[in-house]
Design a protein around this ligand. Structure first.
Ligand code: SAH
Ligand code: SF4
Length: 356
């Protein structure tokens, strides 16, 4: 008979842990201490849990594991703010996770899939295709990895000692709403106030525009920030950049965004990768302004980062400013231009890819 698979503790919520203990006639109150070992002390072995009775530890060691992900490579950007980790998964697949530090703000950019099925033409992850979803535990492990790196002070710009991980952006490899259940379970674990205790206002999920996922987020009133990747304000232009737009057309996407904002009372961030001559003219800016009229919105402009599979140039600073000015002056629409970070190590938006 084959052995039952070991349970990854990072897959379990605190309530699951209590159930796991009860099912084995162990005292469920141990869940609290176990949780703090996992997410406050960030330990990665059962030997480092001396406060738990030996029979609890033995049972854990026999049936579970702590799913930390080994570092296959770590690269620092010359910008001094960005470090990229290549992490190994148990099946030898690999993912990338990015640690960014700007203006006193520490952010982990986390992946939700190996590759991506959505095929956006300018995105390195899309260019590599889809391999598989990440489990909740593999998503959580990226956050504990970054939290551990910050604690050990091995992160870039290590001037502030023992910093805590405060911000998470689900903007790494993959489409998070294509892997909805695992992503939401991971977020629940990351938010648990006895552990990493990430505040809902500090978690941002970026989607290519998976309409059923956006409506489900609205129904479930998930506390997080939502970013929607728009890139174009007409259906044909958008479908040329974002093939997923053929499945979820622009009018349906905007209707879903409206429902989301009305149901949750939340503003949405609309992301717009600025490509020279393609979607950065004053007419494009006006088209976005009209499209988002009446919606609680902020536009995040991301000058195109280079990838091997796409032949386009980033919008120049002047044109980006002009775009912003039109949004502000003619539509009272706030916008930001994303600072370019980690481009030299391919850690910028849309540059993450990993091979075995
Ligand atoms: N799958 C999600 C999240 C990951 S990508 C999504 O698509 O929203 C995070 C952001 O980077 C998205 O807005 C995406 O469109 C953008 N992006 C992808 N490739 C890029 C590139 N080469 N340059 C700049 N931004 C890019
Ligand atoms: Fe996938 Fe997002 Fe890249 Fe599109 S931009 S291919 S949805 S990761």
């Amino acid at each position: 008979m084959s052995q039952p698979a070991l349970t990854n503790l990072y897959d379990l919520t605190r309530a699951d842990l209590r159930t796991w203990l009860i099912q084995r006639d162990l005292n469920p109150t141990h869940a609290a201490r176990l949780w703090s070992y996992l997410y406050l002390d960030l330990v990665d072995t059962f030997d480092a849990m001396p406060d738990l009775p030996a029979r609890v530890r033995d049972r854990l060691a026999a049936e579970t594991f702590i799913g930390t992900l080994p570092i296959a490579a770590a690269t620092d950007s010359s910008d001094g703010f960005t470090r990229k980790y290549l992490l190994s998964l148990p099946d030898a697949e690999r993912i990338e996770t990015v640690l960014m530090r700007f203006t006193g703000r520490v952010t982990a950019c986390i992946s939700s899939q190996v590759g991506c099925a959505m095929g956006c033409v300018f995105c390195a992850t899309g260019q590599m295709g889809y391999t598989r979803h990440l489990s909740a535990g593999e998503i959580v492990a990226q956050a504990t990895h970054v939290a551990r790196a910050l604690r050990s002070n091995s992160a870039p710009s290590a001037t502030v000692p023992r910093e805590r991980l405060r911000n998470i952006v689900l903007m790494g490899m993959g489409e998070p709403l294509h892997n909805y259940d695992a992503v939401m379970r991971a977020i629940d674990i990351l938010r648990d106030d006895g552990g990493l205790a990430l505040a809902a206002e500090r978690i941002t999920l970026s989607t290519v525009g998976v309409v059923p996922g956006i409506l489900r987020l609205a129904r479930e009133k998930r506390p997080l920030h939502l970013a929607v990747s728009l890139h174009a304000a007409t259906q044909p232009e958008r479908a040329a950049l974002v093939p997923a737009a053929r499945k979820w057309p622009l009018d349906e996407l905007i209707a879903a965004c409206r429902t989301y904002s009305e149901t949750t009372g939340r503003r949405i961030f609309y992301e717009w990768t600025l490509i020279d001559g393609k979607n950065d003219t004053p007419d494009h800016a006006r088209a976005v302004g009209h499209l988002l009229r009446g919606l609680p919105a902020q536009v995040n402009l991301i000058p195109l980062n280079p990838t091997t599979g796409y032949d386009g140039a980033p919008t120049r600073t002047e044109a980006a400013r002009r775009f912003q000015k039109i949004l502000a002056d003619e539509f009272a629409l706030p916008s930001t231009v994303r600072q370019r970070r980690g481009i030299d190590i391919a850690a910028g938006c849309g540059q993450l890819a990993a091979t075995r």
